[in-house]
Ligand binder design. Structure first.
Ligand code: CAA
Length: 389
């Protein structure tokens, strides 16, 4: 798929030598350090501890954070390129990376205080600590303003009570950004985001989810009972929490779009290779038009998804409005990820249905990209609202 990147260069996307170097580094890392054991980790739901440590050492956990806080100081396009390459091989690793980079690190750097950045961002950017982003609740997924978790204002501190669900990095993070309702009368303008350290009394890691896909990432519920958090751990002004969550998710959606793109592209590459090796009716199955058509359509849609992802990333880098572009990229990339991975399984036939050939995992992993960081239906809502804004 390198040629595709060069094609984009031809379209004046101005991909630099640096972007291509990031792509090569991410591809090498994925091939040499993520591919071995990826099936076993998926089977056992085993968190990739060693691999995440290496991602930190290689700078993949704080790619866009400015160097003064220990990050890579890279642009969003570089980040999307790295996520795509890593997702081709291991979507569990890429969601761990995506949440840390685009929800937690970005949120802290864009909206945190200098003290919060020194205390938390420096550790998160280097991978010394992972972060979690806690918005979803048992009764608040798409309807994110309906927060049941409360953060009562007690003068110099808040007291949090409630439950958060489906939290990526829930068990492995050292710090959690927790969205909670302080003043219910003010509705979404009465919501705050608080930085809560692991180990704070009353903060308990709950059930680990047994998932269809991205099984090596750890997804937990988090329970908060009378958790005391100092006021200096609030991000932004009083009542900024919902705006914080929405603004951060705009960028997060570029990360998940890139993940979906990578899952699709990884499955496509496996199917293309297999189609040239597998013989049926006296010739490689690639020679059969039924298979050629599938691969041609996959390649076309993957390329279209890549253009949308890079467009959104480029707009963000140029500090232009990217809300709609990010939603379009996530909607399209996740829809084609589900479709392309299903086609990849079909091209593999019976082999596609067994774990050894990887494509069934790609198909299982693809599904969540249509759900998290805003379902496809929510992306359509965001896109439609922007049409008449
Ligand atoms: N960017 C910035 N601000 C936004 C925004 C956006 N994309 N969308 C809404 N807002 C702001 C609005 O401006 C408004 O603020 P003001 O009143 O101050 O102007 C406020 O948020 C409320 O907006 P709405 O009235 O539009 O709220 P709504 O309830 O009608 O709809 C929604 C909001 C778009 C549906 C939102 O609830 C949403 O995005 N839901 C999906 C939640 C989601 O993506 N969850 C992902 C969980 S995190 C995760 O998955 C991480 C992981 O583990 C991988």
């Amino acid at each position: 798929m390198t040629s595709a990147i060069q094609d984009l260069q031809g379209l004046n996307f101005n991909l630099s030598e640096e972007h291509l170097a990031v792509q090569e580094a991410a591809r090498d890392f994925a091939q040499t350090e993520l591919l071995p054991g990826v099936i076993d980790r998926d089977n056992a739901q085993q968190f990739p501890t060693e691999q995440v440590k290496r991602m930190g050492e290689l700078g993949f956990l704080g790619m866009m954070v400015s160097p003064e806080y220990g990050g890579g100081g890279m642009d969003t396009v570089s980040y999307a390129i790295a996520i795509e390459e890593i997702s081709k091989i291991d979507a569990s690793a890429s969601v761990i990376m995506s949440v840390n980079n685009s929800l937690v690190c970005y949120g802290l750097e864009a909206f945190g205080t200098e003290e919060q950045k020194q205390k938390y961002l420096t550790k998160l950017a280097s991978g010394a600590m992972l972060g979690a982003f806690c918005l979803s609740e048992p009764e608040a997924g798409s309807d994110a303003t309906s927060q049941s978790t409360t953060a009562d204002d007690k003068g110099d501190h808040y007291v949090i009570n409630g439950t958060k669900n489906w939290i990526t990095n829930g068990g492995s993070s050292g710090v959690a950004l927790v969205i909670a309702q302080t003043d219910r009368e003010k509705k979404h303008r009465g919501i705050n985001c608080l930085i809560v350290e692991k180990g704070t009394p009353g903060f308990v890691v709950g059930k680990k989810e047994d998932k269809l896909g991205i099984r090596a990432s750890d997804t937990h519920s988090l329970l908060f009972t009378d958790v005391k958090v100092p006021k200096e751990n609030r991000i932004g002004e009083d009542g900024f929490g919902f705006k914080f969550a929405m603004s951060t998710l705009n960028g997060g959606r570029i990360g998940i779009a890139a993940q979906a793109l990578g899952i699709a592209a990884g499955a496509y590459e496996l199917a293309l290779k297999y189609s040239q090796e597998r013989k049926a009716f006296g010739k490689a199955i690639f020679e059969h038009q039924a298979i050629q058509f599938k691969l041609a359509e996959m390649a076309t849609k993957i390329e279209a998804a890549r253009l949308l992802v890079y467009k959104a990333a480029r707009l963000k880098d140029e500090q232009k409005d990217y809300v709609q572009a990010a939603a379009m990229a996530k909607l399209y990339a996740s829809e084609i990820a589900m479709w392309a991975t299903t086609e990849a399984v079909q091209i593999h036939g019976g082999y596609g249905f067994v774990k050894e050939f990887h494509v069934e995992r790609c198909m299982r992993d693809a599904k969540i990209t249509q759900i998290y960081e805003g379902t496809s239906e929510i992306q359509k809502l965001v896109i439609a609202r922007e049409l008449i804004r």
